[in-house]
Design a protein around this ligand. Structure first.
Ligand code: F6P
Length: 322
């Protein structure tokens, strides 16, 4: 028997699949004799000691739910020394052997402060943006892309009926991964992303003109939110092409909803892997996907990785969007 105590928290923007990951952590850990404490509202809960004992049944009927039963925040207090010290004190008082942090790059960065104070951590990349540089995939991304795709399929119906151009803004902070995958999935005429500069005349006006001459009558342009150009570009398209254009900002719909099968499976696997690392006294790692396999990377190294945006796929997507 392994008499350890782990705490689990969800932090930053919620991501569909967080619940499935919490479920697998709780179920496998308890089966292995490890005690699991749930921390509410991310690092804030660690500071305020909003912490409760989890059981096999605490995580029943959550695998299919979006959001997070543990709630989440972007904790401003955790950016202060006082906040960090309170969190450390609580971890020590509760004899926590490791904290499992489910979140994006910002949340992973937060673990540095715990590790510096000898609190062990394991991170699981959970963000719809898929911008955790060390991992090819993050929990929530597949669901967000599928949600964006099905919303845009509906937008396409009305764009087609009116011979319009629909400009659709998708989430992703400074990362174009949601834009790229969604753009391919909906056959967008143009995909505008922060990672690759574009020329308005060449990549939009001339592209629309070229495809129009080949019989295309309605157009979908995907814009990554990080560019902050959606309304400006929509007006400019109407002005330069004469095609009525409308903007849609998809927004938070992309963060909600039931996780796809792919996200539930990824979350379940990563959750189990986190518990196995802790069981083997392996700490301070980010769980990541490389070549479709689950691996672990030292947190300090993981934070130095550069973005894994797939420029080749981006270029191919533009070649076939005619
Ligand atoms: O990181 C996920 C994300 O949804 C980003 O795509 C978006 O920029 C951001 O969170 C929005 O954050 P908030 O919930 O703080 O408005």
């Amino acid at each position: 028997m392994n008499f350890k105590t782990v705490a689990v928290l969800t932090s930053g923007g919620d991501a569909p699949g967080m619940n499935a990951a919490v479920r697998s952590i709780v179920r496998l850990a308890i089966t292995k004799g490890i005690r699991v404490l749930g921390v509410r509202r991310g690092y804030s809960g660690l500071i305020n000691k909003d912490i409760f004992e989890m059981s096999i049944r605490t995580v029943s009927e959550i695998i299919e739910r979006g959001g997070t039963i543990l709630y989440t925040t972007r904790s401003p207090e955790f950016h202060t020394d006082k906040g960090v010290q309170k969190a450390i004190k609580n971890c020590r008082e509760l004899n926590i052997d490791a904290v499992i942090v489910l979140g994006g790059e910002g949340s992973i960065n937060g673990t540095k402060k715990l590790i510096e104070n000898n609190i062990n951590c394991i991170c699981i990349p959970c963000t719809i943006d898929n911008d955790v540089a060390c991992s090819e995939n993050s929990i929530g991304f597949d669901t967000a892309v599928n949600t964006a795709m099905s919303m845009i399929d509906k937008i396409r119906d009305t764009a087609q009926a009116h011979d319009r151009c629909s400009v659709v803004e998708v989430m992703g902070k400074k990362c174009g991964n949601i834009a790229l995958q969604t753009g391919i999935a909906v056959g967008a005429t143009a995909i505008l992303i922060p990672e690759y500069s574009f020329d308005f005349n060449r990549d939009i006006v001339e592209k629309i003109d070229f495809t129009q001459k080949m019989g295309k009558k309605h157009f979908i342009i995907i814009v990554a939110e990080g560019l902050k150009i959606t309304s400006q570009i929509t007006a400019k398209i109407t002005e330069k092409t004469g095609i009525e254009s409308r903007a849609t900002i998809l927004g938070y719909v992309q963060r909600g909803g039931s996780p796809t099968a792919a996200d539930r499976v990824l979350a379940s696997k990563m959750g189990c892997y986190a518990v196995e690392l802790i069981e083997n006294n392996i700490y301070n790692k980010v769980i990541a996907i490389k070549n479709n396999k689950i691996i672990n990377i030292n947190i300090s190294e993981a934070l130095n990785y550069k973005s894994h945006f797939d420029i080749d796929t981006y270029k191919k997507a533009l070649e076939i969007s005619i």
